[in-house]
Design a protein. Sequence first.
Length: 89
Amino acid sequence: MCLAVPAQVVEIVDEENQIAKVDIAGVRRNISIALLDEVKVGDWVLVHVGFAIQKVDEAEAERTLELLQQLGQPYEEEILSLQKNADEG
């Protein structure tokens, strides 16, 4: 399953190529922010297959994370996949 998961932007890694480092449930990875306007450190975004697809506020991110955690195994598998990809990259 591929989910769009909330992540918080922790660093703009490459402004020219629009790459940011985000924290997704404790996993940090680089993603493209090219699809969004004016993303800055501290912003919350929904991430799907390595792209930020929408900005969300912190309250919405927290509600979404709570709902995703209720999915149980599919959410855990998505986080494990993110961790594996972060470890390989």
